[in-house]
Design a binder for this molecule. Structure first.
Ligand code: FAD
Ligand code: MLT
Ligand code: ZN
Length: 475
């Protein structure tokens, strides 16, 4: 059988038998689901663009149970799809065919928190927002934040190497994750769950699993460094007359705000119209071609507000921005952030979404949006650009009433070729999953792709972990 819409053949894995289900029931009694109605939500991705037909969902509570499950699957040659909060954007979180879904939903315990170093150790299925709450009660924050915080799991964040809204300040999970516990394809438990800041005892093996998207092992626990909770947070929401103005605002604001700048996000007018129309959120400033959200996080409220205030005064006075508003209280800060964080949701209510997540030189960040809009004309419903400008990360999204192969042909490989021409990345933060595995060559040389395949073969020789994902088809 082949997957509809995508030309891919099922690999010769075994199919789940009654004996397999009985074996799973012995490992995780009461936590084996075969009810199709319950499985439905786990078989389709958040964007509702890919759908599998798994017949079994397993919800272990411990690493030991994950180990026993994988040992069984390895022996029986059964394919497995690790799943966290199922908020992934590249079709990696759901099966392509009948892979067993191994959910971390019940692995949701905090193991420890050290309030001197800020090190949090927890199981992989903890929901990001709950972890945020846990550490904030102790005067720390999570080093990452994203719009999917209410559903995504920390294990899924690590597996995708999620970037998000705090990347500009706290950097990548490759820096903030201190240790991992991972169960390998054959059931071996790899305990690299240290909390050390420095550890040069040979290869830093945990790095292999950060961003491995479930293809090399199942992450079962995470040790992560949390920064102290800033005493003062301010947000400015600005309107800019053009993209050159957005770039100049970024440069000026980096200089003026320095160490207190904690986010610099942008969105275009089309994004604002979509959040207004589909989510009924109110635009907080005059209508503009571009909007910028600037966040500061520091230790002195008066000092930070003064800095941001004088930056805003300068930006308005010099015509860099045409309108702006400042929020210092939690409720308004949340409201301004919602305009940016909920673009994804607004887009999904607009129709079928073609999603591109590109790393580009910041000066060229918006060029592709303008040129695609002209190129596609009425074939697209909306062509929008938004993203983490401070990190050089554009989210280019195109919506249409429904999926069409002709619109897809107008987008691909054009978007990828253009990105490669800029020496950019075809996946800045969402990963590769099922959807992007055959376009990796636009951003990685063949030697690197070959080494990826060799690592996969070493760690998962039978290829049972998240097959059809991340690695190029020929692998
Ligand atoms: P899933 O979607 O369940 O899985 C994602 C991948 O990781 C799959 O390949 C899966 O097999 C694998 N996986 C999951 N758990 C494990 C595990 N324990 N061990 C091994 N493999 C595992 N991403 C960003 O980078 N930045 C953003 O700002 C951002 N914002 C988002 C906003 C919204 C509204 C949504 C819906 C998504 C957003 N994302 C963003 C996408 C992002 O990839 C996910 O939200 C998140 O990191 C995935 O976590 P999850 O638990 O949902 O993983
Ligand atoms: C975001 O920055 O909003 C996320 O990465 C999700 C998306 O790209 O839609
Ligand atoms: Zn993003």
């Amino acid at each position: 059988p082949t997957q509809e819409r995508y030309p891919v053949l099922r690999l010769p894995f075994s199919t789940v038998s009654e004996q397999d289900v009985a074996a799973f029931a012995r490992i995780v009694p009461g936590l084996v689901t075969t009810d199709p109605a319950e499985l439905a939500a786990h078989n389709v991705d958040w964007l509702r663009t890919v759908r599998g037909c798994s017949k079994v969902l397993l919800r272990p509570r411990t690493s030991e149970e994950v180990s026993r499950i994988l040992r069984h699957c390895h022996e029986r040659n059964l394919a497995v799809n690790p799943q966290g909060g199922n908020t992934g954007m590249v079709g990696g979180s759901v099966p392509v065919f009948d892979e067993i879904i191994l959910s971390t939903a019940l692995m949701n315990q905090v193991i420890s928190f050290d309030d001197v170093s800020g090190t949090l150790v927890c199981q992989a299925g903890c929901v990001l927002e709950e972890l945020s709450r846990h550490v904030e009660e102790r005067d720390f924050i999570m080093p990452l934040d994203l719009g999917a915080k209410g559903s995504c799991h920390i294990g899924g964040n690590v597996a995708t190497n999620a970037g998000g809204l705090r990347f500009l300040r706290y950097g990548s999970l490759h820096g903030t994750v201190l240790g991992l516990e991972v169960v390998l394809a054959d059931g071996t438990v790899l305990n690299c769950l240290t909390s050390l800041r420095k550890d040069n005892t040979g290869y830093d093996l945990k790095q292999l699993f950060i961003g491995s998207e479930g293809t090399l092992g199942v992450i079962t626990a995470v040790s992560i460094l949390c920064p102290p909770k800033p005493k003062a947070v301010n947000v400015a929401f600005l309107g800019c007359p053009n993209f050159a103005g957005v770039l100049r605002t970024f440069r000026t604001c980096r200089g003026a705000l320095g160490e207190i700048l904690s986010a610099f996000e942008f969105m275009d007018a089309a994004c604002m119209q979509l959040v207004e129309r589909h989510l009924h959120l109110a635009r907080p400033v005059q209508e503009s071609p571009f909007y910028v959200l600037i966040e500061t996080s520091g230790s002195h409220a008066g000092h930070d507000a003064e800095k941001l205030g004088s930056f805003l005064e300068h930006a308005l006075g010099s015509g860099l921005v045409t309108d702006g508003t400042l929020a210092t209280d939690q409720r308004r800060i949340k409201m301004l952030w919602a305009l940016r964080e909920r673009i994804t949701e607004a887009l999904s209510l607009d129709g079928y979404v073609y999603k591109y997540d590109l790393s580009l030189p910041v000066e060229r960040l918006y060029d592709i949006v303008t040129s695609l809009r002209a190129h596609l004309g009425p074939r697209a419903k909306h062509v929008v650009g938004y993203g983490h400008l401070g990190d050089g990360n554009l989210h280019l999204n195109v919506t249409a009433e429904a999926f069409s192969t002709s619109l897809l042909a107008a987008l691909e490989p054009h978007v990828y070729e253009w990105t490669a021409g800029q020496r950019g990345s075809i996946s800045a933060e969402h990963g590769v999953g099922f959807k992007k595995r055959d376009v990796l060559g636009y951003s990685k040389p063949p030697e690197a792709l070959q080494l990826m395949c060799q690592l996969k073969a070493l760690l998962d020789p039978k290829g049972i972990l998240n097959p059809y994902k991340m690695l190029p088809t020929q692998a």
